[in-house]
Design a protein around this ligand. Structure first.
Ligand code: NDP
Ligand code: OXD
Length: 308
């Protein structure tokens, strides 16, 4: 079995070592040193150049190094083979940690205190108790449900919105477009952990912000294309929204001319909310390689029609 490894950002040698520790006869070819294209059985990838995967005539599966596969399926020449998205305990743990920090920063109003400090203002006021702060998570999948459990354990009132209803202890579940309105009305801190699809692109827009209570905060850790940046800036400047934490952007790196960099109510982080680690993620990837060998369905297989 020959695996093509293609990623500008992931540690290729560590991945090869972890995979060969689990499947000793696995031949790992690190792009662009791929040998004969017809040798390649499986591709393990992050942001392959468009059209690249069409070069391998015997490709049997695509394993994504990322949880989000929107970039992959946007390639019009992508071969029609099964795709699996990344699910890794380290990816989930780091996302949960980021969401907790970002929610706590808004909840304990550190963003307000940072602005007050710069103005030498003794801004003496206490935030509400955690039980009185409602955190709404859009997307209750692998990452959203883990973040929700952690926020429940921390004492927040937690709401979740997904396509299908969920039964997560301590989380009030809302599902589908018909329940979005009620979910937003009851959310003080909104966290976006949706996949980017035709249904979710631009979902963080003026109409959504208008449904949130006055002073609500927005955390986007999903994809930049979920957010309409000008609508966010208008809602922050009008005072309707209290703040935003953004990890993902329409254009990455965020251009130096973007108004988001210097906005006093925005925290920008450079798409670092979470990351997978070969030592933990290789178990799931190796399991999928064995499934390809056995001609079995992949774990965490993407439904292309649904877009995630
Ligand atoms: P999952 O596929 O496990 O979960 C997706 C969730 O979104 C599901 O609960 C699904 O509902 C819900 N959903 C999808 N479409 C809709 C819709 N139209 N309306 C309402 N709910 C919807 O994804 P993950 O949790 O693994 O990842 C989520 C996203 O996080 C990724 O797609 C990626 O873009 C982003 N991400 C960002 C990272 C970063 O570093 N910033 C790192 C990793 C991921 P249902 O359960 O009913 O199907
Ligand atoms: C992502 C990831 O989807 O890093 O952004 O997994």
């Amino acid at each position: 079995m020959v695996l093509l490894f293609l990623s500008p950002d992931d540690p290729a040698d560590a991945w090869r070592a972890e995979l060969q520790a689990r499947i000793p006869d696995l031949d790992v070819r690190i792009w662009p040193e791929v040998g004969a294209p017809a040798d390649i059985d499986i591709a393990l990838v992050w942001r392959p150049p468009p059209g690249e995967l069409a070069r391998y005539p015997n490709l049997k599966a695509i394993l994504s190094l990322a949880a989000g596969i929107d970039g992959l399926i946007a390639d019009p020449d992508l071969p029609d083979v099964p795709i699996a998205r990344m699910v890794d305990p380290s990816l989930t743990r780091t996302m949960t940690e980021y969401v907790l920090v970002a929610v706590l920063r808004h909840h304990r109003e550190f963003d307000r205190f940072e602005r007050a400090q710069r103005a030498r203002d003794w801004a003496y006021a206490f935030p509400p108790q955690t039980a009185d702060r409602r955190v709404g998570i859009m997307g209750l999948g692998e990452l959203g449900s883990a973040a929700a459990r952690r926020l429940v354990a921390h004492g927040f009132e937690v709401l979740g919105w997904s396509r299908s209803p969920k039964a997560l202890e301590g989380v009030v579940s809302y599902a589908g477009h018909s329940e979005l309105h009620t979910f937003l009305h009851r959310t003080d801190i909104l966290v976006c952990l949706l996949p980017l699809t035709a249904d979710t692109i631009g979902i963080l827009d003026a109409a959504t912000f208008a449904e949130l209570p006055h002073g609500a905060c927005v955390i986007n850790v999903a994809r930049g294309q979920h957010l309409v940046e000008d609508d966010l800036i208008r809602a922050l400047d009008s005072g309707h929204l209290g703040g935003a934490t953004l990890d993902v952007f329409r254009e990455e790196p965020l251009p130096s001319g973007s108004a988001l960099w210097a906005h006093p109510k925005v925290l920008v982080t450079p798409h670092v909310a979470s990351y997978s680690v070969p030592a933990t993620a290789a178990d799931g990837v190796a399991a999928n390689i064995r499934r390809v060998l056995a001609a079995e369905p992949l774990l965490h297989q993407v439904d292309r029609a649904r877009g995630y």
